[in-house]
Write a protein that binds this ligand. Sequence first.
Ligand code: ATP
Ligand code: MG
Length: 295
Amino acid sequence: SDARLSDYERISVLGHGNGGTVYKARHRRSSQPLALKIFAAGDPSAAREAEILMLAADAPHVVRLHAVIPAAAVAAGEAPAALALELMPGGSLAGLLRRLGRPMGERPIAAVARQALLGLAALHALRVVHRDLKPSNLLVGSDGEVKIADFGAGKVLRRRLDPCASYVGTAAYMSPERFDPEAYSGDYDPYAADVWSLGVDILELYLGHFPLLPEGQRPDWAALMCAICFGEAPEPPAAASEEFRDFVARCLEKKAGQRASVAELLEHPFVAERDAAGAQQALAALVAEAEQGDL
Ligand code: ATP
Ligand code: MG
């Protein structure tokens, strides 16, 4: 039988997005804590997100889908479709950065990078491109586990050159070739766009602010397009380690064809497997610190 909105008790708001609102909730019968993402009426991204989350049900480092609440099961006049998702108690990396009030160090960032890459590898193997990888769409567990969320802009590629030409997602994290796909037609790798976005994300975590515009400048579409397509790729300051600087440079290669692949990045010393557990602990410590600050 179908899940219904009334099966869940809403406890608090976790986040607002373009599409709707995400609540911390509890499944009434089982008492299981969940995240309930409620979409605005007729939002087509609801179906897209549900399809991709079902397809990626076994993918590591992708948020789990517990139930799809169809529009028909909701009382008339109320919000339509909703998704019951695994609750990630650390919230998003954007929220974590805000609550910490300072940039993150390389070690916890390595945990983010490695786990996001593992998630991307699994998604890309399923022919799924995310297209909106930004700090507010990467969620953290209290143990420092990182999962990719929000597939409202995602796409399952039926054909290889079915690319990401449309302007979905957030312009700020879009790769240069996505602004001008025609210039790149022929050897267009739609998956490379997610690698660029990951590079912007981890640089943002390191700097503590969005790296492509001067701090405080309003990220309007024209300014972003100029910075991304005509500016130099941003890089970490000289104080950063050589590994980190190289890793970011490999992600933020402006020519999509020269950008590192997910598989290549998983071999990069910055995300070395031998330090994975320690890096994840460093991230868990930041989550705990942010929680202390909330009290
Ligand atoms: P946007 O349009 O801003 O990208 P959205 O409407 O597509 O947002 P999400 O990105 O899925 O919605 O979620 C919005 C916010 O809610 C996230 O940034 C995060 O802070 C919180 N959130 C979403 N899902 C979860 C979850 N499973 N566990 C904990 N927090 C979550
Ligand atoms: Mg989002």
